[in-house]
Structure formats: structure tokens, C-alpha cells
Design a protein. Sequence first.
Length: 409
Amino acid sequence: MQEVWIIDAVRTPRGIGKAESGGLSAIHPQHLFSTLLGALRERSRIDTADVDDVITGVNTQQGKQGLNLARMAALDAGYDRRVPGFSLDRFCGSGLTAMNLGAMGILSGMQDLIVAGGVESMSHTRTLSREFMMDSGNMRLRKRIPQPHQGIAADLIATLDGFTREELDALALLSQQRADTAIREGRFARSLIPVHDENGVLALDREEFPRPQTTAEGLAKLKPAFPDFFDRVIDEEGNSYGSLLRTAYPDVEINYVHTAATSSGVVDGAAALLLASAAYAKAHGLKPRARIRAMTTVGDDPTLMLNGPVPAARRALAQAGMEIGDIDLFEVNEAFAVVPAKFMRDLGIDRDRVNVNGGAMALGHPIGATGAILVGTLLDELERRDLSTGLITMCAAGGLAPAAIIERV
């Protein structure tokens, strides 16, 4: 049977997603990704003419991130001009979907060498108008199938499932502590590629978002982040997130428990993976680091929106003929603290196996890139601990969740 091998994984550091202060905010997102394309070429010494496709997850494909960033980044990196590329959008799951789609091309036998990953420059995208999301056609759908702000969805899930503020704060603190340990011990060093501007001046070579000084007392003082979103008017007819949500949950009183600290950080960043068929890798002396054992995407309740990782993990495990106990480590994107909390509780997984180097609450979540970042983070840690298998999953808007299982070779 055809196998898909992961040859290498690289990423940029994550810069604070503010135009006025972020270390990567002045770097074009095309350049962020092309930096990684160049790193993969140099590290693996591939002939870029052999690359069958470059697939890039990009959530907001407007402004600097529009017009097929993948193809433009390949050209910017000096890849052979015959190398194609395309960008895709599966919200937060875009980067992981890019890997899965590239793997499918190799499994089909039609392709042999793929670069897949993602990029998001949130210092750029947060300046863009969101009016296009509120057009009449979209509101017509939202009235029929309520899709609230994701922060409201996170607090609604916490309310329905009984997660307390204290439990979620504890996960945020743990994420910060683990990220701090990982950074101080150099656990991210193998994958991290410094970013220079077009003049060769270093822009950023370290994680910029973590707050290692975080304390439980400090977290307890933070105000809930999303109460004001419930009554926020989102169309000219006066509909709000709350009024739409009441059509699905008329009697629920939301307990607002998520803060800025228990939500994912707004950052800039990119990640890329080099995938190859076993036959191509052997013929060209490429040493595999892992194989992809399973990959899937599920749809779940679009109103609750964030609960897809549990069914996605179950489907990926079934696809691989594995059980929870067969997985050594898990990476579950910390979009909000309730996501990994529910994942661990529903699947009976100890927290010592989940997000062991911290997650998006401490490190940030560059939306289109995060899935590919998590693959590299997991692979590096499996190697560091001399473990075998890992599962990656994440929630995405619309009730979506991709997942993948990798196994070291």
C-alpha cells in the first residue's frame, strides 16, 4: 500500500498580531511562507522541479493574503516556475487540511512530492472589514442555523458541560508553564526558522506571545471576554448573536468563564511540511521522520461550533484501527480552554499526554497555519521523548474539525 512520509517540518516563530508592535507585522505573509519554502529546499536538498504542488491554508484570503498566496510564495522562494500552488480555507483547520489534502494526492499515486502548510498574518487581517461576512445571504443562513461568535460558543459549551472558571484558568496557567519550559529547554529549536525582512535584517527569531510571568492570582483577576458579544448587533435588522442563539437555546443563561488568557492568542506565523511518497523518498535519499496513519475531517453542531475534535479523533482512530491508549501524545488546539478540557474529559485522556509543550493560549493561534504548526510540534516531541504515535486535531468555525494520526518511522 502507498505510504505518505513526512520528511521535514518547519515554522516561523509567532509574532504578536498587532501592526504597531508585532515582530512579524511588517513582513508580508507571502514572505513568511516563502521563507519556509526556502528552508525546506535547503534542509532536504530537494530539486524543486519535482514538487507536484504547494498547498497553503489561509483563512482570510483578502488583501495581502489574497490572490493564491501559495503560488506567489513558491515564486518568491525561487522554486522552479513549473511548480503550481493553491490556497485553501477551512477556517482554523486550514493548515492541517492542507497536509491531509497533500497526503491524499500522494496516496492516489498521482503525486510524489508536496509542500503543505499554512500562514496567517493576523496583524493584517484584523484591520480588514468584516462587513462581507454580514451580507443578506449569510444572515439568511444564520437565522436558520445560528452561528454565534466563537467566544460565545466557548462559554455556552462550558455552561452546558459544567466547566468552571477555575478549571479553565488552571489549563491556561499550565499552558503558559509548559510553553515556558519548552522554550527554555529549546524544544522548538529544530523546527523554528528565523524570519528576515527583504533586506536581510532579522525580524523575529523567538516566540513573542508567551507570558511566563502568569500566575493563578493574575488570571483570577481578569474579566470575562465575551459578555458584550451576546447583544452585539450584527445586521441592519437589529439581529444580535444572542437573539439568533436564543432560537436554538431559548432558556440557557450563559456563564461567561473565558477570558483573554483562556482564549487563543492573536499572532502572525506560518508553517510548512514536506511530504513524499515512500518510493520517491527512497529514490532520492530523503529520510522520513514519520508516516501519516490516518486523516479525516468531521462536521459537528455549527451552533456549538467547537465540539468537533472529539468525533474527529474517534473517526481517525477507527480509520487507523487504533484506540486512545495507542496514542502517545495529543495536540489539541487551544482555541479556547474548554476545547482541550472537553476533549480530555470525554475521551478519558490524562493531561500529561495533551499539549505537553503548551498551546495556543500561551503561544498564539495564527489561524491558517496552526494545524501545520501542531504537526511539527508533535513530531519534534515524539522524537525528543522517543515515542511513536501522535494525534492532532482542532476545532474550526462552522462546526468543523480535521484530525490526523502520525507515526514515527
